[in-house]
Design a binder for this molecule. Structure first.
Ligand code: ADP
Ligand code: MG
Length: 276
């Protein structure tokens, strides 16, 4: 009985972006390994857009970015870019993380949403973007997707068997195609679907800054007012944090992945806690 309660209480989803991985991967993974040894059941979702960009440059593929009318900037993925994206995300980054965790005594297993078809996304057929003159323009959607469904079964089975799933932000499209999905969104959808207790997003700033000052706590009803003070990158994280709270996750935290022990944000009053 006690075991069941402990398990329910300690399901945590952690996401870290590419810059955090490049600058502080060893500390992030050590911090995870310590919590795993204390009984936390962690699922780790990684990004890595900047690392993909680096390899695109090396391979002579020109990275493209688009800005939505809502002001959200994202990678534009054509067929060539998708190839590099998959190689780097599912290959290099994912396997490096898995190998390092295994070395730290954590049984890690690397997955994309294609494995077991556990993360399904809908490809954006057309997208609206802002052109150089800030005018709306419709272009083909490329190989990016919006995550529609995460089947919890594969992840929870692995966790219950003592594995730590390491998830690359790649989903499975309706026609079996590989799709680039946003890692913040993947982490949020996974947290919702497995019924995680907490979502922790590790990034390269100490949390949500409002007029250069760290917001220690943001309540959902404050977000509308604060929205205009939150820019690219962070706006998406705040949105995801709100969504997970509305689907039953108890706490969502945005905190620095660049410190020595990033997961102390689960225990101490650092970073930004987003609450109902
Ligand atoms: P990640 O790789 O972790 O997903 P992003 O670049 O997507 O990182 O998002 C984090 C970035 O969001 C920060 O480095 C910062 O430049 C930007 N940002 C924009 N507005 C804010 C804000 N109000 N507070 C903190 N960071 C912000
Ligand atoms: Mg990002």
């Amino acid at each position: 009985m006690l075991t069941i309660n402990l398990q329910a209480m300690s399901l945590i989803v952690i996401k870290a972006g590419g810059r955090v991985l490049e600058q502080n991967i060893d500390n992030v993974l050590k911090s995870i390994a310590v919590r795993v040894s204390r009984g936390l059941k962690i699922t780790f979702v990684h990004g890595g857009g900047d690392i993909v960009t680096k390899y695109e440059n090396l391979m002579g593929v020109e990275p493209r970015f688009v800005v939505s009318p809502q002001g959200i900037r994202s990678r534009y993925t054509d067929e060539k870019e998708l190839e590099v994206y998959v190689m780097v995300m599912a290959g290099k980054i994912n396997k490096e993380v898995v190998a390092k965790l295994n070395t730290l005594g954590v049984k890690a297993i690397g997955l994309t949403g294609v494995d077991g078809g556990f993360m399904k996304a809908e490809r954006k057929k057309k997208i609206v973007i802002l052109d150089e003159n800030n005018r709306k323009k419709i272009i083909p959607g490329g190989y990016t997707g919006i995550i529609k469904e995460v089947e919890a079964g594969l992840i929870t089975t692995l966790i219950n068997q003592g594995y730590l799933p390491v998830i690359a932000p790649i989903a499975y499209g309706e026609e079996g195609e590989l799709l680039n999905v946003d890692a913040d969104q993947a982490a949020a959808k996974i947290a919702e679907s497995i019924g995680a207790e907490k979502l922790l997003i590790l990034t390269d700033v100490e949390g949500v800054l409002i007029e250069d000052k760290l917001a220690k706590r943001i309540r959902i009803d404050e977000v509308d007012v604060l929205e205009s003070k939150i820019g690219f990158g962070m706006n998406r994280k705040v949105l995801m944090c709100i969504r997970v709270l509305q689907s039953g996750v108890k706490e969502s935290i945005i905190s620095s992945g660049l410190i020595e022990d990033p997961l102390k944000a689960l225990e101490e009053d650092i970073g930004t806690k987003i609450t109902l």
